[in-house]
Ligand binder design. Structure first.
Ligand SMILES: Nc1nc2c(ncn2[C@@H]2O[C@H](COP(=O)(O)OP(=O)(O)OP(=O)(O)O)[C@@H](O)[C@H]2O)c(=O)[nH]1
Ligand SMILES: [Mg+2]
Length: 429
């Protein structure tokens, strides 16, 4: 890791816009902004500046303690062409800055106590959000909603540990430990940790979205359905069975949730090597999906040799080509849809989202194992208190739960945990 005392620079806007903004952070930020622009920008305000390399823009200075990173910061804008951005970055480096590492602005904000690890994750999730639900969830995390909950639980446990330690060390003054009160305190924390864990699965679906594998026999209309739901001609459709070979993947937003659709090769005994690989990939897609759409031709029914398509995943039977059924005839099974006319697609999407439990929640895949470990330690503590183990043994379990909660917020985080959190940030965050 590079020195945290360097002044760093990176564009904080995406390429391709009309305007770009560079952020300089560190003790020389203002001096470097001044060196590249020749003007004296106004502390705490924005000022029009002309850069030595030819472009111009606005410089905004933030004082130490009043910026995103907590350090002295200058944000300087220029026009968004790649050459203007590159030249301005190079000028800043020439004046003493170093290129920022991915996530380094947010790492510095964390180091300076501007945010905790869960809020840093909220920053990353906000930048990466694709749907309205993801944006709301990320903003809640960024606002410190999980931090406050975890910190409150941690403080309660620290209080319990203190009461145990006081009764061990100063039993003459504070008297015997009130084991019943202690058991109640631990039980409350235990149930709150359990409820956080209970929200994790739903939160994952909002965060990562839902993956749907479309499988079925050749010619059932899988690719047609895929195209219809995407509203584009993404996949090749022909009347010839065995058209799709490679798995295709596209994401849409449905009612705030990211839904990734996988179009797969029709399942049948393969006639050549390419098809054999395609069929194997179809089964792999199905095993990895949250939901499977098992598509069949409504004029034939699902039983036409489709029995071998069973997967372990929640499966929705989809009776496609319902437009070919005679008036008044209903498909024997499944949700009737027509990829040709679009009939039944809204009902299919509703049923799909209905098979999974998705809900607001702030727990991510890093927090989850730590919460599980805390829950185990709390269970051991409760058990110990009920069984009358020595008080300091119960305290050991509580200490371990406190450490897990501290790793979530970063109050007790080692350098490798920090590296894991910040490594998947992009440059400029
Ligand atoms: N009438 C009607 N025809 C459809 C419908 N959906 C698909 N088809 C036709 O069925 C044929 C096969 O469609 P595809 O979408 O290629 O089927 P597939 O399941 O992807 O087939 P493979 O990729 O070979 O496994 C094409 O001729 C489509 O035009 C539908 O809802 N109604
Ligand atoms: Mg196909």
């Amino acid at each position: 890791m590079h020195a945290l005392t360097d002044t760093i620079v990176a564009p904080i806007t995406a390429v391709g816009g009309a305007v770009a903004v560079l952020r300089l952070s560190g003790s020389n930020a203002w001096r470097i902004a001044q060196a590249v622009s020749g003007a004296t920008p106004i502390p705490g305000g924005a000022r029009y500046v002309r850069y030595r390399h030819g472009d111009d823009g606005i410089a905004t200075l933030f004082a130490k303690g009043r910026s995103y990173t907590g350090e002295e910061v200058a944000e300087i804008s220029c026009h968004g062409s790649a050459v203007s951005v590159r030249t301005l970055v190079e000028s800043c480096i020439g004046a003493g800055a170093r290129p920022a590492m991915p996530g380094e602005f947010t790492l510095r904000a964390f180091m300076n106590g501007r945010l905790d690890l869960t809020q840093a994750e909220g920053v990353r999730d906000t930048v990466e959000a694709l749907t309205g639900a993801q944006l709301r969830q990320a903003s809640l995390l960024r606002s410190g909603a999980l931090l406050r909950e975890i910190r409150a639980l941690r403080e309660r446990l620290i209080g319990s540990i203190a009461s145990i330690e006081a009764s061990v060390d100063f039993s003459d003054e504070v008297g015997e430990l009130d084991r019943e009160a202690l058991a109640t305190q631990v039980a409350v924390v235990e149930s709150e940790v359990a409820s956080l864990l209970g929200s994790a699965a739903g939160a994952r679906l909002v965060r990562e979205g839902l993956t749907v594998a479309i499988i079925g026999r050749p010619n059932a209309g899988k690719s047609s359905l895929f195209n219809r739901v995407l509203r584009s001609d993404r996949a090749i459709v022909t009347a010839q069975p065995g058209t799709t070979r490679d798995t295709l993947r596209e994401t849409i937003e449905h009612e705030g949730m990211a839904v990734t659709l996988l179009d797969t090769a029709g399942l049948r005994p393969a006639s050549d090597e390419v098809e054999r690989i395609g069929v194997a990939r179809s089964m792999e897609s199905a095993q990895g999906a949250d939901v499977v759409w098992h598509v069949f031709d409504a004029t034939q029914g699902p039983d036409g040799g489709d029995g071998d398509l069973a997967t372990q995943r929640p499966t929705i039977l989809v009776a496609n080509k319902s437009d070919l059924l005679a008036d008044g005839v209903r498909s024997k099974a499944g949700i009737p849809v027509s990829a040709l006319t679009g009939d039944g697609i809204p009902a299919l999407l509703r049923a799909t989202v209905g098979t999974v439990e998705s809900g607001p929640g702030l727990v991510n895949s890093r927090h989850r194992p730590l919460l599980e470990e805390a829950a185990l330690a709390l269970r051991d503590a409760s058990q110990g208190i009920a069984d009358g183990v020595p008080d300091d043994l119960a305290a050991v379990c509580l200490h371990s739960a406190v450490r897990c909660l501290g790793e979530i917020t970063g109050e007790a985080a080692s350098p490798d945990i920090l590296q894991r959190v910040f490594q998947d940030f992009c440059i400029g965050k």
